[in-house]
Design a protein around this ligand. Structure first.
Ligand code: C2O
Length: 535
């Protein structure tokens, strides 16, 4: 194993990914930011310096089960068995596991990758910084990973993008007329590795070019790093074989296209077995969740896949860029995410505790739109506060505003098998994400969950993934074994819904947490906010 050290600066820049100037939040000047590529047992140390003028920042490492076993803070502390090594210290969630990193200061994230392999990502977890470009890919290699052989790989980070700053769009959304449908801001375009097109046929930020050698098999690692839109991915003339989803290797499944909900990742194998030429890679915005249409939206982002044996000037056939016609050319076998089967057979343990959760988006006296889970909605009032720091489970005591209850929606005190039974009262589907775990997806359905359905949950090798879809006016049951202590965020990953208060937390073994205080640098940064905010 190796130790890999990264030095990052978060800053604000003006960029033009789709040819329109836009204020962005980036790492080391770029969005997507630096790729972290490592092996499954490496130690990762990232110096994150906040180069923003006024705002705090933080980085979340998407479900790496942060293992800080060699952290000096753990030395000599009582151990409660095997799982003590895994904690939430460097999960990177402002208001939950840390205070925001103050401007000019650096936080050193330090963890190992034990137990993780596959495709994941990192992103800002403070305010709307993720929407403004603060994200990048993480690739973790593991020789024993159960995926078919391939020759080479490419990382493809997809995102939706807004020309208008999120800071302007968010209050418009939160305060919009409640007599109308909830109008989450609709994006202007999509990007492929930070490039896309906008505006009636121009090539905007240019096309991302992929050169691929003929007669080889490529693993394309796809990540939807966006904020709202599901994105459908396809490469003209090529079959895609799905082999991994959210770090879980799956039985190979051949499709023509696949849709990634925000925060989901897939690996697909593509064989360069076609005529040596150039082909379009198409990333189509799925509008099914949109409450209204954006007339100017560039519905399809295009990249160019060019065989190395084709002339470097070769372009794929011209397309009408600004209409839905481009999308229609995609062949029709679309991935059904419920058909995925893990390649490594792991049965879910028998059910223990079942915790009911009810999600909704409602108007309140304070703001027209808030997201609620079990009657609570959340807002960070002080950058210097985090549940984990105060060593208390009560959001209200640590400077978060809760509407009207407690942001902490569940506490689980020991290691056991727990079902989250999520009822979604909203008329849209939501991509949910639980930090710290990769749950078994036991079942989803329409309407309200009925207890009788518990009997029919299939425990035989269910799909395991960290980002799953809860159907519109429907339900999902996920199962975890609560062996990773921490205050773990649990939320819909649509940035607008999180910002409307849809960020909740689940405490796993809170007593253990109290015994293992946060690293001193995190605590010091909380204190520096409290000093600056009180003056
Ligand atoms: Cu992508 Cu709370 O995270």
């Amino acid at each position: 194993s190796r130790t890999r050290v990264y030095r990052w600066t978060v800053s604000q820049v003006v960029g033009a990914p789709i040819g329109v100037n836009k204020t962005m939040v980036v790492v080391n000047g770029a969005s997507p930011g630096p790729l972290i590529e490592a092996n499954h047992n490496d130690r990762i140390i990232v110096y994150v310096r906040n180069g923003l003028d006024r705002e705090g920042t933080s980085i979340h490492w998407y479900e790496l089960y942060l293992n800080v076993g060699k952290d000096p803070n753990l030395k000599g502390k009582p151990r409660h068995g095997l799982f003590q090594n895994h904690t939430d210290f460097y999960d990177g969630t402002t208001g939950v596991t840390q205070c925001a990193i103050p401007p000019g200061e650096t936080l050193v994230y330090n963890f190992t990758l034990d137990g993780w392999a596959g495709t994941t990502w990192w992103h800002g977890h403070t305010d709307m910084q993720h929407t403004e470009g603060l994200f990048g890919a993480i690739v973790v290699h593991q020789p024993a990973e159960r995926v078919p052989r391939y020759n080479e790989e490419r990382v493809i980070v997809l995102s939706d993008i807004y020309n208008t700053p999120a800071a302007k769009l968010l209050p418009e959304y939160l305060n919009s007329n409640p007599m109308e449908t909830v109008p989450e801001p609709v994006p202007d375009a999509a990007t492929i590795n930070g490039r896309g097109q906008f505006g009636g046929g121009g090539d905007g930020g240019g096309f991302y070019n992929f050169s691929l050698a003929p007669h080889k098999t490529y693993r394309l690692r796809l990540i939807n790093a966006g904020s709202f839109a599901p994105l459908r991915f396809a490469v003209d003339g090529h079959v895609l074989t799905v082999v991994e989803a959210d770090g879980t290797p799956v039985e190979p499944l051949a499709v023509d296209s696949l849709t990634l909900q925000v925060a989901q990742r897939y690996s697909v194998l593509l064989s360069t077995d076609q005529v040596a030429a150039a082909y379009w890679m198409r990333v189509t915005i799925d509008e099914s969740m949109f409450a209204y249409t954006n007339e100017k939206m560039q519905k399809v982002a295009l990249g160019v896949v060019r065989y190395t044996t084709a002339p470097t000037t070769a372009l794929p056939p011209p397309l009408p860029l600004s209409t839905g016609a481009a999308a229609e050319l995609i062949r029709r076998t679309e991935l059904d995410e419920t058909a995925l089967i893990p390649a490594e057979h792991i049965d879910a343990p028998a059910a223990g505790l079942a915790i009911p959760f009810t999600f909704s988006i409602q108007r309140t006296h304070f703001q027209n739109w808030r997201s609620f889970m079990n009657g609570t909605s959340w807002e960070l009032l002080s950058q210097g506060q985090a549940t984990r720091v105060a060593g208390t489970a009560r959001g209200a005591e640590v400077g978060t505003r809760v509407w009207p209850g407690d942001q902490l929606i569940a506490s689980i005190h020991d290691v056991q098998s727990v079902d989250f039974v999520i009822n979604n009262l909203d008329d849209a589907a939501h991509p949910f994400h639980l930090h710290g775990y990769k749950p078994w997806i036991m079942a989803t359905g329409r309407g309200r969950f009925k207890p009788a359905a518990t009997m029919s949950l299939n425990t035989t090798n269910p799909m395991r993934r960290d980002t799953f879809f809860v159907p519109a006016r429907g339900w999902a049951v996920i199962r975890i074994v609560t062996d990773t202590p921490g205050y773990w965020a649990f939320h819909c990953h649509i940035a607008w819904h999180m910002a409307a208060g849809g960020l909740f937390q689940v405490a796993v073994q809170p007593a253990t947490m109290a015994e293992v205080p946060l690293p001193a640098d995190i605590v010091a940064q909380c204190e520096s906010w409290l000093v600056s905010e009180s003056t």
